[in-house]
Write a protein that binds this ligand. Structure first.
Ligand SMILES: *Cc1c(COP(=O)(O)O)cnc(C)c1O
Length: 426
């Protein structure tokens, strides 16, 4: 018997992300998902344009990842990581050290992206203490950033977008500089580094690290910027012994056309945060990597150890999923797939530029963004997208997609033409 799903209970009792409990937006019940398709309880099939927030890069219900998790499940689903270790964690960390920019040698496995950012911030502060800087406990970041929803991470998110005013007495105060404006493929305006230069010159005794999302700022506005800003910023930070934290939770694992967005700038950050696509979107896991030097300096500080240790650190099932996802990436197929998606998105979204309501269209790697002149009505536009068989969830003025790397040419065309037609109909 197919008992009907209790959507009323969901509405009345279950929080959804950034959603009112009093007048929630509709939440559509999903029955299953396979490849690039989500099937709703009522039988509707939707092509997924969101990869479940950047994470499902190989598609849903992938046989290789399914098998890896099933095999791990029959051995053990979890053991504590304090004083114990296991093959899935070791295999995963080996792969991460190999794949990430040269010099990142030490891996901390965390349970979500936000936590990996908290760990990165702690690493930076403890590293500076270890180097003898007693007051370096603030961070610099660029406006329009997003780094997660926990307090430390929130304190380096864009202050306007993340409503810092609500938490003004409890959020630590950090330094915000203007986000770079030069486009990734244009020429870089060197003057965009001036504010950082001046800030570090005047306030370096308070600053532990610069944290940024390299090249693509995700949830803070889907902005793309020139990689020379990052290499320039890295050089300025080095002058003052200030660390660079690259938050690649969204950009990592091929999404921007390079395995990691830092490669566009040809730099190795001191600390790197990874998450989202790390398990192929199967379950929650994140990682914070750092250089030997940072790890050594942390061990010189008073505590002698890094002060963090989640209960579910290095969960073996999550590590098994990540190992399978990374081995799929390591075939190298993603590179051509992302390139084809980039071409398809450029081609397919081009027509949006002719619409009166559209302010900008931009594409980088497997990320396509249509920026509207005005904020869209999410509930209304989502209904239209669904008539074209698409799952897309815009925010504010931004209609954006980051498809699974395995999307077919035909499905990609359905995705882009559905967007064009929907925006025309608004
Ligand atoms: C999603 C995201 C985070 C937070 O990750 P969670 O797993 O949601 O906690 C942090 N930084 C960036 C750049 C992200 O895109």
């Amino acid at each position: 018997m197919n008992k009907s799903i209790d959507v009323k209970f969901d509405e009345q009792h279950i929080w959804h992300p950034y959603t009112s409990m009093q007048s929630p937006l509709p939440s559509y019940p999903v029955k299953s998902a396979d490849g690039v398709r989500i099937t709703l309880e009522n039988g509707t099939e939707l092509i997924d344009g969101m990869s479940s927030w950047w994470s499902v890069i190989h598609g849903y219900n992938h046989p290789v990842i399914n098998q890896a998790i099933t095999e791990q499940l029959s051995k053990m689903s979890h053991v504590m990581f304090g004083g114990l270790t296991h093959r899935p964690a070791i295999d995963l960390c080996k792969k991460l050290v190999e794949l990430t920019p040269k010099g990142l040698e030490k891996v901390f496995l965390a349970d979500s992206g936000s936590v990996s950012v908290e760990v990165a911030l702690k690493m930076a502060i403890q590293c500076q203490l270890g180097r003898g800087y007693k007051n370096r406990n603030k961070f610099v970041t660029i406006k329009h950033g997003y780094h997660g929803d926990t307090f430390g991470a929130m304190a380096v998110c864009d202050p306007v977008n993340s409503m810092h005013s609500l938490y003004s007495d409890i959020l630590p105060k950090n330094y915000f500089i203007d986000a770079p404006k030069s486009k990734p493929n244009g020429t870089f305006n060197l003057a965009e580094l001036d504010e950082l230069k001046a800030l570090l010159q005047n306030s370096n005794e308070h600053i532990a690290a610069l944290i940024l999302e390299p090249v693509v700022q995700g949830a803070g506005g889907m902005r793309f910027y020139h990689p020379d800003f990052i290499s320039g910023a890295k050089a300025i930070c080095e002058q003052y012994n200030i660390l660079l934290i690259a938050d690649e939770i969204a950009t990592g694992f091929g999404r921007t056309g390079k395995m990691f967005a830092c490669e566009h700038a040809k730099i190795t950050p001191d600390i790197l945060c990874l998450g989202k696509a790390i398990t192929g979107g199967y379950m929650t896991l994140a990682a914070t990597l750092c250089t030997d030097k940072v790890a050594l300096d942390i061990s010189q500080c008073e505590a002698g150890v890094l002060m963090h240790g989640p209960t579910f650190m290095a969960n073996p099932l999550a590590c098994a999923a990540a190992n399978a996802s990374l081995s799929l990436l390591m075939t190298g197929e993603w590179f051509e797939q992302v390139k084809q998606i980039e071409l398809g998105l450029r081609d397919g979204l081009q027509a949006c530029l002719e619409l009166e309501t559209v302010a900008d269209v931009r594409v980088l790697g497997a990320i396509g963004v249509v920026e509207m002149k005005k904020a869209v009505n999410v509930a209304e536009i989502q209904k239209l997208f669904m008539q074209y068989g698409l799952w897309i969830r815009p925010f504010g003025k931004l209609v954006y997609v980051m498809p699974q790397y395995v999307i077919s040419k035909q499905d990609l065309t359905s995705l882009t033409s559905g967007i064009v037609n929907t925006l025309k109909a608004l």
